[in-house]
Design a protein around this ligand. Sequence first.
Ligand code: TPP
Length: 546
Amino acid sequence: MNEPKIKGHEAIARSVWDNGARMMFGLIGDGNLFFVDSYVRQCGGRYVSSAHEVGSLFMAMGHAYMTGKVGVCTVTHGPGLTNVITALVQGVKASLPVVLLCADTLVREKWLQQAVPQRELVAATGAGFEQMRAVDTIAVDVANAFRRAAMERRPVVLNMPVELMWQEATFVPAVYKLYDRRAVVEEGPDVDDAVGIIASAKRPLILAGRGASSPEARSALLKLSRRLDAPVATTLRAKDLFRGEANNLGIFGSLSTPTTLDVIAASDCIIAFGASMTRFTTLRGDLLKGKRLVQINEDANAVAARCSPDAAMVGDPAKLADLTVRLLDEAEILPSKFFDAEMQSKVQSAAATQDWVDLSGEETIDIRRALGAINEAVPRDRTFVTDVGRFVIESWIRIDAPDPSAFLPTHEFGCIGTGLPHAIGAALARSDRPTLLLIGDGGFMLGGLQELHTAIREKLDLIIVLCNDGGYGAEHIQFRDRKLPPELSLIRWPDFVAVARSMGAGGTTVRNSGDLPAAMAAIRQRSGPVLIELKLNPDDIPAYIP
Ligand SMILES: Cc1ncc(C[n+]2csc(CCOP(=O)(O)OP(=O)(O)O)c2C)c(N)n1
C-alpha cells in the first residue's frame, strides 16, 4: 500500500506533538520557521515566541519545572544556538529535562555565515546532543531526544539539518515509553547500618531536601520525627515543606536562624532525606562536624557525592522512613526526648519575635518590611520564582511558597537575569494561580526587561517585585567591605515603572512605608503583569552570603 508522504518540517512538528508537547517556546529563523508553522497550524500546538533565544529556553525550563514534563524549545542555527549557551548550562546544573530543537546549516555549503560547530558547543555545556539523521528517521530521532531528556534529566539538543525540512518521506509515529527506575527498598546491610546509627542517636535531627518533598515523603518524615522526638528542617529547595509543624526548624544551612543553628549544633545525628548536601546546606561541612550523617536518597548518584555519610540508604525516601519506623518499633528503641517542650517554646518564641529594626526612611523602604507586606498581600496559592542577587536572601526567608513544588529558585548557575523568563514558563504552566517573581534591578535590566513584553502579550498573572537598590548590590557590599568607593556598582537606571507602563504592564513604586497600601491595591487590582518597584538603600540591605 502507498502511504502518503509528508515533508520533513511537518514530520518534526507531528513528532513533537506526538511526544506530548502542547506548548513550545522559541524564536524563528531560516532553519525552524516552517516546522514551527506546521506545529501551530497543522497540529494545533501553542507556540510562545520570546524576544531573545535565551529567554525561550529559560521559559521552557520554568514550564518543565512546574509541569514535571519535558519542556520544548526551538531556535535557528548559528546565533540561535550560541544565544542559548548560558541557559543550557543552567539547565544541566538544575537537572531540567528540556528538548531544544536546533536547526543546522546546509552541510554541502562551505562558507555559510551561520555555520558553527554545534556538537562541540553543546558538549561544553554538559547537555545531551542528538542528531536528526534523515527525513525517514525524524520520528524516532525526536522520540529519542524526548526519552533522553526525561531519563537523563538534562537538556538535550536535537540538531535538525535544514536540508531535511522540504524532503519527503512516509511518516511512522514514534513515542518511547519511559520505564520506572524507582529503586527497590530491600532490607540488608545498608539498612542495618543506617538504622543502627539512627537508633543509637541521642539527639537526632531530620533534614528534608527537594528529593523528599512529595506529600507522601512529608507525612512519612513527620511520622519518623515523632517516633524519634526529632526536630525537622529543610534545605532551601524544600523550603516551607514543614511550615506550621511544631517541630519545624525551617531552613538548615546558610539561611538558618540563630535558634535553628543552636539546635543543629546540639544535635548528634543528621538524618538527611532527598538532600544532595550542598556547601550552602552544610556551611562547607561546618554544620556536620562532630555529628553522624545518614543520607537517604532515591538517586544513587547523589549519595556520598558532596558529603561523607556514615551510612546511606538508596531508595524511595517515604518508604525508607516508614521502614525505619518499623525497625525502630521492632527493636523497641525508645524516643530520644531531644525535641521536648523546652525546645518547642524556644523555636516558637524565636519565630514570633521580630529580631530586626525597621530602617525605612522617606526615600527608601526596609526590604524586610516591604517583603513582609508583599507576602501577606499576594494570594497564598502562588508560584514563587526568584532571580539572583543580594536581595534574594531576604526574599527566600520572608516570602512563603505553598509547598516546595511551587518554589522555583533559579540560582544553580549563579546567573542574574534568568528569573523573568523562568516565571513566564511557570505562569503558563500554572495559569490557575498568580506567579510572584522577586528580582533585582541589575537582573531585570540584564534579562527581565526584554521578556516583559512576552509576559504582557501573554496576559500573564505575574507580580514582579523589583528590589531596586540602584545598582549591583552584591558588588556594592564587597566594595564597602573593603573600604573602597562603590561608584562602579551604582547605576542610574530609567524609571522602571514608567517603562513597564509604557509597554502595557501595571506598576507602582514604593519609596516608603506610606506607599505600601497603594502597592497592595495594585497587587489586588492587577489584570495582567504588574511591577512593584521597591526603592532600597544599598547601604541598608542585610549581608549577602557568597
Ligand atoms: C550573568 C551574570 N553577570 C554578572 C554576575 C555577577 N553578579 C552577581 S549578583 C550581581 C548583582 C545583581 O544586581 P541586582 O539584580 O540589582 O541584585 P542585587 O545584588 O542588587 O540585590 C551581579 C552583577 C552574575 N552573577 N551573572
